[in-house]
Design a protein. Structure first.
Length: 318
């Protein structure tokens, strides 16, 4: 018997959301390795076991193992996750990175998908809405995933995400007198778990042309600058929104704000890329056993990293 490991890059799937694979920049890891056990005479290989190298969730059934296809997807070391919805911000990948640095697995997803699809798999503890170049009043402005507001998960809107929440929940968004891009200072209006560990006034980075003029019902002003509402929140529903960008280094308190949000989500913050590598190596060694292993290598980032991982336990058997 021999073992064949087939690399299936998520970016090759035509139904994949924008930015879901490595070429889209949401992950530096290969997405999936499927393991095939086959007698030497068998020419048509059929999958029996599959596992995820980076702990990334399979968003489609063909990757999870549909009935009759003989593939059972097994995820590595991901027990919780936060979804970052991609509204086109230049900083959206930085949001994902910051959340991962705080010990929570985050993935970038397309907001065009409904909540039923986004929530499949490992439990979603919270959702972050990224910024974006659109105005909420543009004809082609992206909206919220259907069912998100009814899901009851904590939500954090950033920049465009704040304006989108305000509009969808009955508030009012207007064009600012002048577009704001650069450093600012916000002042905290009231105590909130989102501000735990922050000073009454903090530096931040602004980048917006619209701003919230009227709060939605149930929301309170949490902070403001000299020119705009800087943050709003509905503590009962755990929905928060920031006009500034907490993910950039120009907002020194930003990482603490994101950490506070993760705590509001109930995240355990136990995920690390380093621990994942060790777990993945153990899984590869266990499934490959003493068999020879064939690994398809295209030379791209995904397959090269995967081949490197497979080579460590397989050695000369690869």
């Amino acid at each position: 018997m021999r073992v064949i490991l087939r690399l299936a890059l998520l970016d090759s799937h035509p139904a994949l959301p924008r930015g879901a694979g490595c070429s889209g920049g949401s992950s530096i890891y290969p997405r999936i390795v499927e393991v095939y056990h086959s007698p030497p005479a068998l020419r048509k290989f059929r999958p029996q076991i599959g596992f995820w190298l980076p702990g990334v969730l399979p968003p489609f059934g063909w990757l999870q193992g549909e009935p009759g296809r003989g593939c059972e997807g097994r995820r590595v070391q991901v027990t919780e996750r936060v979804i970052v919805l991609d509204y086109g911000s230049q900083y959206n990948l930085l949001i994902v990175r910051r959340l991962r640095e705080l010990g929570v697995y985050a993935e970038l997803r397309n907001p065009e998908h409904g909540w039923d699809e986004l929530s499949q798999g490992v439990p979603v503890r919270g959702v972050v809405l990224s910024g974006g170049p659109n105005s909420v009043y543009d004809d082609d402005a992206p909206g919220l995933p259907s069912g998100l507001l009814q899901a009851g998960v904590p939500i954090l809107g950033i920049c465009y995400g704040m304006q989108l929440l305000a509009r969808e929940l009955g508030g009012q968004v207007v064009a600012a007198q002048r577009r704001e891009y650069g450093p600012a200072h916000f002042r905290v209006h009231r105590g909130s778990a989102l501000w735990r560990g922050l000073a009454p006034e903090e530096a931040c980075w602004m980048s917006h042309g619209d701003q919230v003029h009227k709060l939605p019902a149930g929301f309170e002003s949490l902070a403001s600058t000299d020119t705009a509402l800087a943050a709003m929140g509905d503590e009962a529903r755990r929905i928060y929104a920031l006009q500034f960008h907490p993910e950039v280094t120009h907002t020194p308190c930003g990482k603490q704000v994101l950490k506070n949000f993760l705590e509001l989500c109930g995240c355990h913050s136990e995920w690390t890329a380093g621990n994942f590598v060790e777990a993945a190596l153990g899984e590869i060694a266990a499934q490959g056993g003493d068999h020879r292993v064939v690994c398809a290598l295209s030379g791209g980032v995904d397959s090269t990293v995967a081949a490197t991982l497979v080579h460590r336990p397989a050695g000369r058997r690869l």
